[in-house]
Structures are given as C-alpha cells and as structure tokens.
Write a protein that binds this ligand. Structure first.
Ligand SMILES: [Zn+2]
Length: 264
C-alpha cells in the first residue's frame, strides 16, 4: 500500500466526458490523485466530445485528445477536420485521436472508417502531434495504413490483440497502451504473456474509464464504473506479468507518457 501511494502514474486514456462522471467528477479526480494518478489524458471520440474533453481538461488541469472514433466515422463531413485542427492547437490538447478502425462492432462502414482515419493521420502529421489509435479486429489492414502513411509517433491504445499484431505495431515504432483488459481472466489471459514482449520504453498504461473495469477488482465498484484511481491495480498486474517491481514499471510508464505526449 505504501509503495502504491508513492507511485505516480499517468492514465493516458480516460473517457471523463462520459455521463457516468457528470455527478461526481470532482471526487473521482480527488480519488485519482490520492492513488497517484494526478495526470490524466481525457479521450476525445467525436468533434463534440473532443470539445468537451478540451474544456474539461482546461478546467481541471488535465490533458485531452481531439479526434473521431471509428464508430462515429459515418457522422464526419467537411467541417470535421477543420474543427479538430482548431481543437488540437490548444495547449492542453496533446494528441490527435482517438481514431482508427473498428471491424468488431462495424458501427460505420469500412470505407468511411478508412477515409476519416487517414484524414486524422494526415492532420497529426501536419500539426506534429502524436496519434492516439484505436484498432479492433482490424489487423492487418490497420498496420498497412500506418505503414503506407509512415506514421511516426503513435500509441495503439487498449491493445488486446495477438502476438503477430503486437509485433507489427512494435516494428512500426508504436507505443502500446495496456488497460484492465489484462485483468480479465476470460479474454485477457494472453496479454499476461504478451506484455513481456513490449520494450519498457514503449509501454503506456490506461484505464479507458468508465469502461473495462478490472474484473478481478474486489469488491467491484458501484455500477461497475471504472475510474482513473484503479490504474495502480492495472499497473500491479502488468508488473507482476513482466516480473518487475511495480515502482520500476510506474517510473518507466510515467516517463514514457510524459515524453510521448510532451506533458509539462
Ligand atoms: Zn478505443
């Protein structure tokens, strides 16, 4: 417990504009700080949500991303990229995304997903900002697009894939974001092995709050809502799997996050 309290972690992906945080955001942030998670990057998933993420970040001393999730690709139009460009120029907005491909839910047609993914990849290059990437069941197409566009600085957020996919991302120079998915004994077991293959200078941690509540958290939180305060729990699981002290993992992932997003 004492070691945990001393650890400082960065939650690189929290959906704090989600309605489940509307009533008690202040106490959620206070609890996060108590657990060593004072630095949080709020995820933007549409133009409207990215605007709210930027506002929330500015109001609470946090950071935000600006982008359109592949689920919302079908809602994009000519105004989308100019709006994201304006948001991404704000000082607290540290990455373009969340963007990418989701061939699991398929809420948007694949051609729309690809078109708006590429547009955001180009925007990030234009602005010199890193990319916050989402990929679900989209390997190898996702990696092909990144390779074709020579994507530089990017994180594959919430990595849940298999070995070949991880290898492709590492070869492309990507950072890898690990969530509480690794705590899921039903579908995250393979990650306990795979996280050992991620170089220590490419690893990032995130909760993806309010989603992906660690299933081995006892007792389970009210309404099973995930929060940034649970990031130390994820860090301990990742450290155990990698066979390294959690303090070392915390120091490395925090350094990585600061460098990756250029956090001050
Ligand atoms: Zn995602």
């Amino acid at each position: 417990m004492h070691a945990t309290q001393a650890m400082q972690l960065v939650d690189i992906g929290a959906n704090l504009t989600h309605s489940s945080f509307r009533e008690d955001l202040e106490s959620v942030l206070a609890s996060a700080r108590q657990h060593g998670v004072a630095t949080i990057v709020v995820t933007g998933t549409s133009v409207a949500e990215s605007r709210r993420a930027a506002e929330l970040a500015a109001a609470h001393g946090l950071f935000a991303t600006a982008g359109v999730h592949p689920h919302h690709a079908r809602e994009c139009d000519a105004a989308t990229i100019p709006a994201l460009r304006e948001l991404a120029r704000q000082s607290g907005v540290v990455a373009v995304g969340e963007c990418g491909l989701d061939f699991n839910r398929n809420y948007s047609p694949h051609p729309d997903q690809e078109k708006w993914f590429v547009a955001q990849v180009e925007l990030a290059a234009e602005l010199g900002k890193p990319l916050f990437l989402h990929s679900r069941d989209a390997h190898p197409r996702f990696a092909e697009i990144l390779r074709h566009h020579r994507v530089g600085k990017a994180v594959a957020h919430c990595f849940t894939g298999e070995s070949a996919e991880l290898r492709a991302y590492l070869d492309l120079g990507l950072y890898i974001g690990i969530t509480g998915w690794i705590c899921d004994e039903r579908r995250g077991r393979h990650l306990l092995e795979l996280v050992k293959e991620i170089p220590g200078d490419r690893l990032l941690l995130e909760t993806d709050s309010p989603y992906l509540t660690p299933r081995d958290l006892h007792p389970q939180p009210r309404a099973r809502r995930n929060e940034p305060a649970f990031l130390p729990h994820i860090a301990r699981t990742v450290a155990r799997a990698r066979g390294e002290p959690v303090e070392d993992l915390a120091a490395a992932t925090t350094r990585n996050a600061r460098e990756f997003f250029g956090l001050s």
